[in-house]
Ligand binder design. Structure first.
Ligand code: GDP
Ligand code: MG
Length: 162
């Protein structure tokens, strides 16, 4: 797709979405995945994984040294995670809007975190925050052959230009 040069530009991006261990434990997998599907995002990869400490430390390396870092790594390794790759127009900012604010107590109603969570340390879901981080995170969590390339019959009803 095109690159996102100016804010508001329409472009096709890929992103990495992870349902964190609390989403799995609480039985919210269907609810959360449903929101991405209904939005019209295109699913490219999906797998259920018990992440190693090393993987989570790499994933969250930007937060190394923060007071919540140790708790965050413990949380993310506390059980299986549903890792996924999605594609769509402006999906990086759009998926983060669907998630809502990092702190669920400040997240708007209608968002995943606003509807379903109450605390920042149990905020259910991760989504990449930039194209560079999306590619980095997809590479950490997925082998290339685990990310599918397929065409949806519905695409002309979701994308004006296909
Ligand atoms: P995100 O991109 O919205 O997920 O937020 P960040 O990249 O800023 O933080 C990564 C994750 O660390 C968040 O999703 C939370 O799970 C956790 N986190 C961030 N800030 C805090 C905090 O102040 N306290 C706790 N306990 N966890 C935090
Ligand atoms: Mg982040």
């Amino acid at each position: 797709g095109q690159t996102c040069s100016a804010p508001g530009d329409s472009c096709v991006e890929r992103t990495f979405i992870a349902l964190k261990p609390d989403a799995i434990q609480r039985g919210l997998v269907g609810d959360i995945i449903n929101r991405f599907e209904r939005k019209g995002f295109h699913l490219l990869g999906l797998k259920f994984v018990q992440p190693s400490r090393q993987l989570v430390e790499k994933h969250y390396e930007e937060h190394l040294g923060r007071p919540f870092y140790e708790g965050l790594v413990n949380y993310m390794t506390s059980g299986p995670v549903l890792a996924s790759v999605w594609e769509g127009k402006n999906i990086i900012s759009s998926s983060r809007s669907l998630l809502g604010a990092t702190d669920p107590s400040k997240a708007a109603p209608g968002t995943i975190r606003g509807d379903l969570a109450t605390q920042v340390g149990r905020n259910l879901v991760h989504a990449s925050d930039s194209p560079a981080n999306a590619e980095r995170e997809i590479g950490l969590w997925f082998q290339p052959e685990e990310v599918q390339s397929w065409s949806r019959a519905l695409k002309k009803w979701i994308n004006e230009e296909n």
